[in-house]
Every structure is written in C-alpha cells, then in structure tokens.
Design a protein around this ligand. Structure first.
Ligand code: AMP
Length: 546
C-alpha cells in the first residue's frame, strides 16, 4: 500500500480552544447566571479561566480519565468546565439536574465522579444525597464568595475561590484523540440510565459536521444561543462548534422557560440562530403572541429532541420571518444524525408539500450512515413510504455503553436507534415511530406518533399518548390516552370520530381513556413503559377494524 504523505494531528477539543484563542480571542460570550443577570467576557478570558481550572485539578491530584461532574445550567462557568476538564484529560460528566434524586445518585456512583460542580439552586438535592455519594471528594458551588449559599456539602468551596489563585496558563497535554472527553447518561424509558462516553475525536468531527452549510450553517458573524441544556448531549455540540467558527455565544442560564428573558437576550445581543426542543419554542411563540412582540434578530432556529409540530414552522415563518430547521439525533450519536435543509428546487413545491418536507427530520449528515431495515435486517428501499428500523453507523456514534458488556452493534457495526422511519429518494428521513412504542396490528405498522399528533390537534386535548394493547385477533391494537384541557369536556365518541378521514380507518384507536395527567421521564418524554404497565390488562371493546 502506498501511504499518503500528510501530517496526522490528533483531533482534540484542545485544538478548538487554541484556534479560537488565536483567531477569535475577542469574540464575546454572554451569559445569565444567578449572581449576574448579564455576564459578558471574551473567549480569551474564558480559556484563561479554563486553564485556572486545569491547574486546580492538578493541585488536587485529579488524574487523566477521572470523571468530574456538573449539575448546571448553560452559563460561562459551565463552558469553562467543558474545556478545563476535557482538555486536561479528564471527563466532563454532565448530569441532568431534573432527574429524580435516585437517578442522580445512581449516575454519580456509576461514573465514580471525584468532584461535582453544582449550581447554587441544586445544592439542596446533593445535600440530601451526599451521604451515599462515596466517590465524591468535594463539591464546588458555581458562584462567587458573596453569593455562596450556606451548605453542609463536604469540602464545599465556591467556584471563584476554587480557581481564583491559580495561574492563567496551563501546559495542555498532547492526548491521544480517542481519549474520553465527556460523559452523558441517557434516561431511557426502562432500566438504569446508560452512560455514553464521548471522545475528543468524535466531538471534533461532530463539530465540523454540524457547522456545515446544509446543517447549522454556522459562521463567524452568527450569534448563537443554545437554549438546549448543556447537560442534554453537550447542548447538541454547539459549545464546541461555535468557538471553532468564532461566532458569538449567548448562554441563557436557567431561563430556558422564560419567554421574556429569551426574547430580551435575542434582541439585545443580536441572536441569529438558536436551538431548543419543541416545548421551548411553543412557549416562546405564545409569549410573543401575548406580548404582541416580533422576533427581529432571529433568522433561523433548530428544533430537535422530539417531533416538530407544524404550528412551530408556520408561526415562526408567518409571524416572525424565522426559518425552522427540524433535526434528529440521540445521545448515542453526539447527538446530531439528520438535519432538515431543503435542496435546490424545493421552494417551487406547492405550500403543503413544502411544509410536509420541512417537517421531515432531515437528511443524514456526512459522517453518519443511515439505513432502514425490516425484521430480518434486510435494507429497505428509500421510497418515502416503507417503514423500517432506523440504523446508523459513523464516527460520532456510540459503540458501547460505559462499563457495560451489552453488545449494542450488529455484526456489521450498525447501531439500532430504536426509531422507526421512512427515507425518501432524496435522503429525507422521517421518524414515524419508536420501535419500543410501535403498534403492530395484524403484522402491519401503526404510527403511535402520528395518532398522538392527530389527537393533540383536537382543541380539547392537552396531551395524548398511544400505546399498544394486546388484542385477540390483531395481536395488538392502539389505545388512546388523553389529558383533556381543563375546560375541555370531550366526549368519548367525539374523540374517536376525530380521526375519521385524518388517518386510515384501521389506524383509528379502538378506545380512549381520559386521565388527569400522563407520566413523564425527567427529560419530558411520555413514559410509555409506565403506561403500558398501567394498562396491561385493559380490555378493548370488540372491534373488527383493519
Ligand atoms: P435522547 O437521546 O434523549 O436525545 O433521545 C433521542 C430520541 O428522541 C430519538 O431516538 C428519537 O426517538 C427522539 N427524537 C429526537 N429528535 C427527534 C425528532 N426530531 N423527531 C422525533 N423524535 C425525535
């Protein structure tokens, strides 16, 4: 074999930091913290403080590979931790503070975190757990001395004191590019959370991938606000891609649910691109409508983590002139797998076709191979109609869970996402269901997601879930479970008749149950496993649909 004669430098998060320091040192990072509603400084200052962190770790004897946890919202200190921890060779373990305390306990114990950095607002959660957190040597509260809360946490110190006396430069190690950089547990609907251990190489490749024009189209002139939390798969990779590009970064702290603060940040800081889950966008749209405001600065947004409703696309387009990109991914994929940017010529499509296309989850990124398969693992056609198990392979996709023997790849190295999808001839993928939730009636797929989407379009429905219930003839049939709006009063037959003409007849749920609330996972998804258990003995009325 004739070898190429090119240099081979390791793909390290450290190289993003070095590049940003040389090229974008003066670019701003603005954030909201509990001790300062509008903190602002530059990349140069952020990375100097990351070096102070690394020096503090060294003085404590933190070794390469050690796990260091964060329970924190999106702000500048969390950003410094991303770089200070990973670039010194340790692992930045971001924890979702909204998890149930038992899960936080499980995760910290499983990861054997040595230090935990915690926002003041989450101190009390850890105080209750600390007796059981055997690996944790000390807790660092993400604030300054003036705002340091009274706490019983052992060896507690405030962040500003933790780094304050340290030197502002650090001899960053030349790591192997496959070194672990960060760790994120997926909540899952069943069993214990599973740890996804990211590497420097995967993180850098993912940052390249998401920056591309047909993906997030990031440029130096952008001002980017990730509302998606930094504990949700590294805020979808944005804290790495943005310094690589040199865009301005706006971090909204704990204010993701506060439309007034988000709007004010967007307008005053000039945010051009922002990312969040559908719930956040729906709340912001409602706030803007109530307040009679228009988003002037924002140009485009990314909606991911759950299916994007048509109303988000339409209302941003019509009321605010903002373009909506739908995206799909998962923790195991760093997370971005597909991103919806239209191809040349698409604008000529009739409005309803254009909208339908825009609502697909998007095209696979270069770096992520996608395929759909049948039950026997045969590849299915990309015809936009055939549903199959969505499988992925690539450089930023998980090959095993942390400390787990479970084999998660097939013999050819494909990872089954647990999602069910179609892919059209242009490569646009659409999630039609999750295999865990799938309703397979008489051997044919029924999309519970589509039924749920149809149900929530009924004005009297606040939330809806569809689960498979055992059926003598068809093996499974769909049961609809609905939370009506408070003033709702929907009749049983009226609810079921709502589906007529909107989905094929045999898809119409066999029955509907009205409940006051649905169970949710800590990340806000409906906990189908619990519903399936709750309704496992449910007797459907005799039906001959199909
Ligand atoms: P997580 O690892 O918590 O980010 O969850 C990943 C899962 O969320 C995926 O496997 C999908 O089931 C779901 N998901 C993510 N993005 C979307 C989307 N745009 N549309 C529908 N489901 C999505």
């Amino acid at each position: 074999m004739l070898q190429g004669l090119m240099m081979n430098s390791p793909l390290l998060i450290t190289t993003i930091m070095r590049f940003a320091l040389l090229n974008h040192a003066g670019r701003e990072i603005v954030s909201v913290t509990e001790d300062n509603p509008r903190h602002r400084y530059t990349y140069a200052e952020a990375f100097a403080r990351a070096a102070q962190l690394a020096n503090a770790f060294r003085s404590l004897g933190i070794q390469q590979g050690d796990r260091i946890a964060t329970l924190a919202w999106n702000d500048h200190r969390h950003f410094e931790l991303y770089y200070g921890i990973s670039c010194s060779g340790s692992v930045c373990h971001t924890i979702n503070p909204r998890l149930f305390p038992e899960q936080i306990h499980y995760i910290i114990e499983h990861a054997e975190d040595r230090l935990v950095f915690v926002d003041p607002v989450f101190v009390s959660v850890l105080e209750q757990l600390q007796g059981k957190l055997n690996s944790v040597e000390s807790f660092v509260v993400l604030t300054d001395a003036e705002h340091m809360p009274e706490t019983t946490l052992r060896n507690a110190v405030c962040y500003e004191d933790f780094i304050g006396s340290q030197a502002v430069d650090f001899d960053w190690p030349n790591l192997d590019e496959t070194t672990a950089s960060s760790l994120c547990y997926t909540s899952g609907t069943m069993g214990d959370p599973k740890g996804v251990l990211f590497s420097h190489r995967a993180t850098v490749l993912h940052a390249y991938g998401i920056s591309l024009p047909d993906v997030m189209n990031l440029g130096q002139r952008d001002c980017v606000m990730p509302v998606v939390p930094m504990f949700h798969v590294n805020a979808w990779g944005v804290p790495y891609a943005v310094p690589m590009i040199g865009a301005k970064l706006v971090l909204p702290g704990s204010q993701a649910g506060n439309g007034a603060v988000l709007y004010e940040l967007m307008e005053s800081e000039g945010v051009s691109f922002s990312l969040a889950v559908p719930t956040v966008w729906l709340a912001l749209l409602e706030y803007l409508k109530q307040a009679g405001l228009q988003a002037e600065s924002l140009k485009r947004i990314c909606v991911g983590g759950a299916a994007c409703p048509a109303s988000i696309v339409e209302r941003f387009r019509d009321d605010h002139n903002v373009y909506v990109h739908h995206a799909w991914g998962m923790t195991e994929m760093s997370p971005v797998g597909a991103y919806n940017t239209l191809k040349a010529g698409a604008k000529e499509l009739p409005d309803h076709e254009l909208l339908a296309l825009q609502l697909r989850q998007g095209r696979g990124l270069f770096g992520v191979e996608m395929k759909i398969t049948d039950d026997a693992a045969n590849a299915l056609p990309w015809d936009g109609k055939t549903n199959g198990a969505l499988k992925v392979r690539g450089n930023w996709i998980c090959s095993a869970y942390y400390k787990s023997d479970e084999a998660i790849l097939d013999a050819d190295g494909w990872f089954d996402t647990g999602d069910v999808a179609t892919i059209d001839s242009e490569g646009f993928m659409q999630i039609t269901d999750r295999s865990k939730d799938l309703v397979k009636s008489g051997g044919e797929w029924i999309s519970s997601i589509e039924l749920e989407n149809t149900a929530v379009n009924h004005p009297g429905v606040a939330e809806a879930a569809v689960i498979a219930v055992a059926h003598e003839k068809w093996i499974e049939r769909p049961l609809l479970i609905v939370v009506p709006h408070e003033d709702g009063g929907i009749e049983h037959d009226e609810m079921l008749n709502w589906f007529a003409g909107k989905v094929v007849n045999w898809w119409i749920p066999d029955d509907v149950v009205f409940v006051s609330e649905l169970p949710h996972t800590a990340t806000g998804k409906i906990k189908k496993s619990k519903l399936r258990m709750q309704f496992s003995d449910y007797q459907l009325p005799i039906s001959n649909k199909h």
